[in-house]
Design a protein around this ligand. Sequence first.
Ligand code: BGC
Length: 785
Amino acid sequence: MSWTARFISSRDEGTAAPLFRREVVLPTGHGEVVSAVLRLAAHGVCEASIDGRPVSDELLAPGWTSYEWRTRYSEHDVTERVRGERFAIGIRVGNGWYRGRLGWEGARALYGSRLAVIAELRIRFADGHHHLVATDSEWRTSTGETIADDLYDGQRIDARRARPGWDRPGFDDSEWAHVEELPSDTSELVASTVPPVRRLREIAPASIAPSPSGRMIADFGEDIVGWVRVTVSGAAGSRITVRHAEVLEEGELAIRPLRSARATDEYTLSGGIDVFEPTFTFHGFRYAEIEGWPGWPAGSASDRVAADVATGLTAVVVGSDLPRIGRFSCSDPELTRLHENVVRSAQGNFLSLPTDCPQRDERLGWTGDIAVFAPTAAFLFDAQAFLADWLRDLALEQQANGGVVPYVVPDLFRHTGIPPALEPFDATAVWGDAAAWVPWALWQAYGDPAVLREAYPSMAAHARRVRSLLSADGVWDAGFQFGDWLDPTAPPDDPMAAAADPGVVATASAYRTARILSETAAVLGRSGDVAEFEAQAEALRAAFRRLFVSDRTITSDCATVYSLAIVFGLLDDDQLGWAGDRLAESVAASGHRISTGFAGTPFVLDALTLTGHLDDAYRLLLQRECPSWLYPVTLGATTIWERWDSMLPNGAVNPGEMTSFNHYAFGAVADWMHRSIGGLAPAEPGYRRILVEPRVGGGISWAETSLETPLGRASVRWELEGERAHLAVVVPPGSTALLRVGDLERELAGGSHELTVPVSPSVSAAAAPVPAPNPASLNSPRPVA
Ligand code: BGC
């Protein structure tokens, strides 16, 4: 769509959070305004209002994309706002990702040093007349009450600098500066197709109490992403500081894990009643330390003041407003809690883009994290538009890198250089595989081939790049790899030192990718490519077996390598028995504690299940000792942690440089929970056919799982009664299901079904070995015969 408007900017480059305003007098004689639509984008993040009222509830717009090629614009219907003859448009702009800090090495203003906004208000009158109001040199600009803002560091607001009425008609802006029109390239502007970032929830403090050193700490009860809205009155010029942290250490904020992110908001009071809301930043936190609250500490009055603080503080949860579609609960409250924590971490890390973590000086679109989490994300939320949009940036960055998928998207490192520890830069297993694994997960979940069609060039370029990196033996054993990142045996300062051989992980992943490519080419009717990638897959499989499999052992002999070999389909049927047994032995030898990292963890339960070791799968899932999925739950975690032991059993924070308490990658286990405990899995893309196969075990007596599929709602509820299970299954119209419980197999048509089936002890313990899975339908069930 073409633009008449120009990007406008303040002439003073360094201005913090500039305000832009324009007063509009509508032409008369054309009758009523029948429609008014505001299109808006910024270099920075922006908020627009008409006559002082926000034009939408969108926050941190336009979000972060690969700005060199794509900046989203949003459109807002403001017809109701422009009824009068005269009105004012006000827009504030913050640094956001465009001009703020990015990454841990202090980079700033990577995309440009000038904040700017572009807006077009298109008005249509009853008689068909059109009127356009566009950002141009007529607009005026000034500073406002925000004196500093940064996504990592926080926001400073001085309420005394507010300019009452600046966004309403009749305001005297004669002292305001004229804006500068920037030479505009509007070809980068693309209509937003993603759910906007919004306020999602508000939370009152669960408690407010002094820390051992006497600081006031508010606990919001859960690790969230957003900010604290502060309502307060006090002496003009006095200052309140709000610092954030995810956990406490010895009763004080543990800020070391934030590294250089200050995560601090500062407010200077006006003397009246002030409401501060720092909408140009966000923090990952559960605790907020409040300094400078009027009257604190006040000896005997502190209870009253604490009550005052409690009503003055509200945590506002902020994130991309993805529709929630999938749910799970079961008889084990800790497992249900684990699932809730996965949801909270997904929500906290889906803020404009899929990030690794929301709190420290990072918050980047790490490809590996979403590569393994995509199937879970696509079940919990309708993540199609959100992830498909991120894949557009991935493809553009990949092109700019000569076909190599970058580690993070948008690719910060293309601007700052690759950190030496991650060199030499080239395609990597799991991380780079996001190019194929994420679209494949979307296809499985939603069944829309458009995602595959659009992503295909990027998927294929990645698979071909990987092919070019294989050694003469046909395996992928050279170059930099993240490998089985954060395997719990890796020392805190060396997250890549995993038990799994990186070449085994890489070759197995390359095989999975090649199989996905051949399947995708088949879906898209590209028969030449089917043959190419099928050959690539077969060559990788043969090389894997030749170099890495011997004597009923896989090189490096640890849980991750067996898991990948089994689930990705690298072994023949007659090898699955020993591989599964070896995996089960390895899992048991670790005391049914986790021994896998980013690469192996998403697949270990499937590998155990597929080879008849369901009992071991449950023992691993239900483990409460560290490292395990439930260990954080026993410590009161409300999110998924980056490390299995982000918090050590003695309550100390892990000394590693990277210690986040909100990282969704290990939450990929929820995908197994949905399919295997819940019994709800897509047997065909988009749940056109469903596999209902609950794997009863682990002492769980009931489970309930539901999903809004593209065809409608599907749900499975089961409850044990002795040796029988009562099942209630809803199959959406237009879909069919295969119910499989123990020996029983039954076809289910669309509609509601209730039945009681015998559950033999072999089902509640280890089931018989099953045939090899279809490697291309990874993270989805083996094919239904
Ligand atoms: C991120 C991870 C990421 C990893 C890879 C970390 O700093 O938080 O989640 O995948 O780096 O290097």
